[in-house]
Write a protein that binds this ligand. Structure first.
Ligand code: ATP
Length: 445
């Protein structure tokens, strides 16, 4: 069983290795806001590309969309967010610290006391949407919301997409983007933040076909995480019971991951019925029914939604990739076992020594690889140290240029996970790396 990091370790490792920094740190930081550093932004971008490829490129009936964060205020009335997107809020009467009532231990709920033992205010419903104003003057300004989910941008574009892209049911629309929620309690690093990113796909189906597609997407989405190399024993489904089901949902499962602080939701797969499109039809006055050319019927499609957190997935990937393993006698190494497709750097390039023209040769080889791969050139320190530094940020491949390279144009290619080293002609590095990436399997999986 691989060793797990505590959250404290994870936060400090993320900072040390350039993945995630606290927002505005030199000013003392801002609660719940985090910045992605040079390694973190690469990891996040690659993870989102991995999802995008999986959902759009590898499915012939899913198209993409990038809708605006600000939307017409009526959208949020139709969606039910103005009325229902609330959490029960209580406040410690002494310290004024705020808590989500439903997340307090039963004992505290019963006694109406905060974890510090002070009396609490009565629970009140707190709307999680951030309100802002649109317009150049205060007078003419109108209230708008920062979207609390990306899904509504998809529903309101259903007609545009179906008419302009000539897609037929069943089809899906995928979107990645920022969402904002004024969470009462933000904790656990980037797990729950007020500004975060979602990767959502809404799949439109004929009523009656929804159950079959719901089952399909439930399996597909779980398989996605396994393909990403996540420990399968740290993944599970959680079915929403009747008291957990959202007002629009007929059936819902969460895909949960065992974070260092316990099992928590990573993604939701929901059968949303015809709720969303019916409501937008009603509120906008536009007919959002779909004309089925075969049966000549018009109907409001059902929606199966897959809704994942991108920033939350970054946390999952960081927590899951970390391993400390013994190498040889009395030696250990720290390695991030990222899937090669999402590792911030794909190939580390080192000259064995700086002299005798090896550094120049290594530079030249690295320059040629840059067009196709993200590379990192390092000529500092012992070669073993350089390998370890790349292991620590999860670089799956390293190549070393040595004296033999000058003679026969071959290099040493070293694999992160097995630490195996093979000799490869310079001209074949790209293919060797692509092949290993295609065949990648998580160690032990
Ligand atoms: P919760 O009940 O924990 O507040 P939710 O069930 O409302 O979350 P959804 O609305 O289903 O969450 O959001 C879909 C996904 O978006 C979640 O599975 C999660 O990965 C991500 N997500 C939601 N809220 C946040 C947040 N505050 N910070 C980071 N990611 C979030």
């Amino acid at each position: 069983m691989a060793q797990r990091l505590t959250m404290e370790d994870l936060v400090s490792l993320s900072k040390r290795r350039g993945f995630v920094y606290q927002s505005s740190e030199i000013y003392g930081g801002l609660t719940s806001a985090w910045d992605y550093g040079p390694m973190g932004v690469e990891l996040k971008n690659r993870l989102q590309r991995f999802w995008w490829k999986e959902m759009t490129q590898l499915h012939d009936n899913i198209v993409g969309l990038d809708a605006a964060i600000l939307m017409h205020p009526r959208v949020w009335e139709a969606s039910g967010h103005v009325e229902n997107f609330t959490d029960p809020l209580v406040e410690d009467k002494v310290t004024h610290e705020r808590f989500r009532w439903d997340q307090l231990p039963e004992e505290n709920q019963k006694n109406m006391t905060s974890p510090a033992g002070n009396p609490l205010t009565e629970p009140r419903q707190f709307n999680l949407m951030f309100k802002t104003r649109l317009g150049s003057t205060e007078d003419s300004a109108s209230d708008v919301f920062l979207r609390p989910e990306t899904a509504q941008g998809i529903y309101v574009n259903f007609k545009n997409v179906s008419q302009t892209m000539r897609v037929k049911l069943p089809f899906g629309i995928a979107q990645i983007g920022k969402a904002f929620r004024n969470e009462i309690t933000t904790k656990n690093f980037i797990f729950r933040t007020c500004e975060f990113e979602q990767m959502e796909m809404q799949f439109f189906v004929k009523p009656g076909d929804d159950q079959q597609w719901f089952n399909y997407w439930k399996t597909e989405r779980m398989d996605f995480y396994k393909k990403l190399g996540i420990h399968p024993e740290r993944l599970r489904f959680h079915q929403h019971g009747p008291d957990e089901l959202a007002h629009y949902a007929r059936e819902a499962y969460d895909i949960e991951y065992e974070f260092p602080f316990g099992w928590q939701e990573l993604e939701g797969v929901h059968n949303r019925t015809d709720f969303d499109l019916s409501r937008h039809s009603e509120y906008s006055g536009k007919d959002l029914r779909y004309l089925d050319e075969e049966s000549k019927e018009r109907y409001i499609p059902y929606v199966v939604e897959t809704s994942a957190g991108l920033t939350r997935s970054v946390l999952m990937v960081l927590a899951d990739a970390f391993e400390e393993e013994e190498v040889g006698e009395n030696d250990t190494r720290s390695v991030m076992r990222f899937h090669p497709d999402i590792a911030p750097i794909t190939i580390g390039v080192f000259p064995l020594v700086k002299k005798d023209g090896l550094a120049e040769l290594a530079r030249e080889i690295e320059k040629n690889l840059r067009e196709d791969f993200s590379t990192f050139y390092d000529q500092g320190g012992a070669i073993g140290r350089r390998y370890r530094r790349q292991d620590e940020i999860g670089t799956p491949y390293c190549i070393t240029i040595d004296y033999q390279t000058k003679e026969d144009r071959t290099v040493t290619l070293r694999y992160r996970d097995s630490m195996e080293q093979i000799r490869v002609p310079v001209a074949e590095i790209g293919e060797a790396v692509r092949k290993a990436t295609r065949e990648y399997r998580r160690v032990g999986a």
